[in-house]
Design a protein around this ligand. Structure first.
Ligand code: SF4
Ligand code: SF4
Length: 82
């Protein structure tokens, strides 16, 4: 099955935020136009609210994070879907 034929929820590609490194700058929320992130009012940090909104293979927001708090899986995990 090709990556385009695979249901999005079956592909484990999305960011993870290391909460201890997040400074709460909101850069990732503003940067991603797909609504992957939102703001946690209680913790005062960004959270990955809609992981499957993340575009498969995209990691463009990672270098935008000043705290280096955003992590992605290695691209190699996508090979099994190709
Ligand atoms: S860009 Fe990084 S430090 Fe800023 S809110 Fe997002 S995860 Fe937190
Ligand atoms: S990797 Fe791309 S699509 Fe995914 S959350 Fe970051 S900017 Fe949005």
């Amino acid at each position: 099955m090709g990556i385009k034929d695979t249901p999005r929820e079956k592909i484990p590609w999305y960011p993870t935020i290391h909460e201890d490194k997040c400074t709460g700058c909101r850069t990732c929320i503003d940067f991603c136009s797909h609504g992957t992130y939102s703001w946690d009012e209680e913790k005062n940090i960004a959270v990955v609210a809609n992981p499957y909104n993340c575009v498969v293979g995209c990691s463009n927001c990672r270098p935008q994070c000043p705290g280096e708090a955003i992590e992605f899986p290695p691209l190699s995990i996508l090979k099994q879907f190709q």
